[in-house]
Ligand binder design. Structure first.
Ligand SMILES: [Zn+2]
Length: 468
């Protein structure tokens, strides 16, 4: 791959231990690894490829920790429904998903993420009707050039057994475990700078059995792959868990072995203080999905309390049917704004007369803290030590935004905060694993118009219950 020199940025945000921001900073990259970070005049003068990024803010590539990319085929449906009613509307439509739909929707969702500055994404595919495979998703990610954690999801607890999904979208548990093992053995790369990793991810407490949760955890630990699921997303789920298992969602997950440094849960909106402490002590991570939580009226997650308890926190856009945007920089903005209207927790009462400033206030997130969730936080949630910050020895994943545009006028004195406060930008340059995948605001590895046309036809067919 050779060498790549990035020079003359307006500011380079390292997100390293010291949170250095370097005016006029640059990077020197050899193959897929960062060799030097610093002011441009301290770097080699040339390289095989040179990117002059004057007027650009450069950040580590963002990390998306929760998504359902197939849902990009079914946006803006069940517009006014909370989670369970939303799911019940969508399950019969999702039953029409095909393997081609998995492949095309993944390419489109990954393109959308790339254009928002994301360089690593997980995806939680938990529905396998018709001829669907996870293999097609992995192929799509490899073709477009995204670092990808493919989560083999599953549903096995159908309506006839007291679960939420219709029986016809559920799978046999022995098959789920066998396919999980096959996928790990075929695709999982343990190594540093890995582009493809496998994750095991039964869908949720109301769509799989406790046995599948336990057996999946055991299988994942044999292979050293991570575990992921939905947890404590809504009060309706809490009621379901208490009625079905006699436990709240977090103690239920803990009783099945689903805590630890190899586990991250999506949402976790409804957690008690001792449950937050448990996650902190065990190193159990969370994926915060603010837009989805607002869209479905699920609640406001205790992000500030998580951070105070040492819980690793990443950001997720969540599926395209409940966001309905796969724009990770937009999610950073939502995360920052939402915490400012979160009610104070038990030990953080509002001062008389209200707050006079958010600066240094431990009950809110600053713009930079919100960006931290999407970079260092996401890397921690995915269990990676090679992404999330820019430093020698790290993977060469970064994104850059040209600040010379209308949306940022007047914000030039703090371009880093501008990326969060001002309208979510479409990024100009993205490099993943040392390779340029977005240049001049366009994906270079795919021709998007024919893919969008195919995506449109697949989407229409699914929603109308017709063959594509
Ligand atoms: Zn989800």
């Amino acid at each position: 791959m050779g060498t790549l020199l990035v020079k003359n940025t307006a500011v380079l945000v390292t997100m390293d231990e010291a949170r250095q921001e370097i005016k006029g900073g640059g990077l020197f990259i050899r193959d897929n690894i960062i060799e030097q970070v610093g002011p441009t005049d301290t770097l080699p003068a040339t390289a095989d490829v040179v990117l002059d990024l004057r007027d650009h803010v450069l950040l580590p590539g963002l990390v998306n920790t929760h998504h359902h990319m197939y849902q990009s085929l079914t946006r803006v449906l069940a517009q006014d429904a909370p989670l369970f009613a939303w799911l019940k509307t969508l399950y019969p439509i999702w039953a029409n998903l095909t393997d081609e739909g998995v492949y095309i929707s993944t390419l489109i969702a990954l393109a959308e993420l790339l254009l928002s500055g994301c360089t690593t994404s997980s995806d939680h595919l938990y529905i396998f009707p018709n001829d669907c495979t996870l293999d097609s998703q992995i192929q799509a990610a490899q073709e477009i050039g995204m670092r990808f954690h493919a989560a083999r999801g599953a549903m096995s607890l159908g309506e006839s057994q007291g679960g939420l999904p219709p029986d016809r979208v559920c799978e046999n548990e022995a098959h789920i475990l066998k396919d999980s093992q096959r996928l790990i053995e075929t695709y999982h790369d343990h190594g540093r700078h890995a582009m493809t990793r496998l994750v095991l991810a039964p869908c949720s407490p109301f769509s799989v059995t406790p046995d599948l949760m336990r057996e999946t955890a055991a299988l994942a630990r044999v292979y050293g792959v991570r575990l992921h699921t939905h947890l404590a997303e809504t009060l309706a789920e809490e009621t379901f868990c208490q009625q079905t298992f006699g436990l709240r969602p977090v103690p239920y997950a803990a009783s099945l072995g689903w805590t630890g440094t190899d586990v991250w849960h999506a949402h976790c909106v409804h957690m008690s203080p001792p449950e937050i402490t448990l996650f902190g002590h065990t190193g159990t991570a969370v994926a915060h999905c603010p837009s989805s939580n607002m869209r479905l009226g699920s609640g406001i997650a205790p992000v500030v309390a998580w951070r105070a308890s040492g819980v690793p926190v990443g950001l997720g856009v969540d599926g395209s049917a409940s966001n309905d945007s796969g724009h990770l920089l937009a999610e950073v903005r939502q995360a920052m704004l939402l915490q400012r209207i979160a009610p104070p927790t038990h030990d953080q009462s509002e001062p008389p007369g209200g707050r006079s400033s958010f600066a240094g206030d431990p009950t809110v997130l600053s713009a930079r803290q919100a960006l931290e969730l999407a970079t260092r936080g996401g890397a921690a949630a995915l269990g990676r030590d090679d992404i999330g910050c820019l430093a020698p020895g790290m993977s060469a994943d970064f994104m850059a935004v040209n600040m010379n545009q209308v949306a940022f006028a007047g914000a030039g004195h703090d371009p880093v905060a501008a990326l969060v406060f001002c309208p979510p930008a479409r990024v100009d340059v993205v490099v993943v694993n040392g390779k340029v995948v977005v240049q001049d605001g366009r994906v270079t590895t795919m021709d998007l118009p024919p893919l969008l046309e195919r995506h449109r036809r697949l989407s229409t067919a699914m929603i109308r219950h017709e063959p594509a």
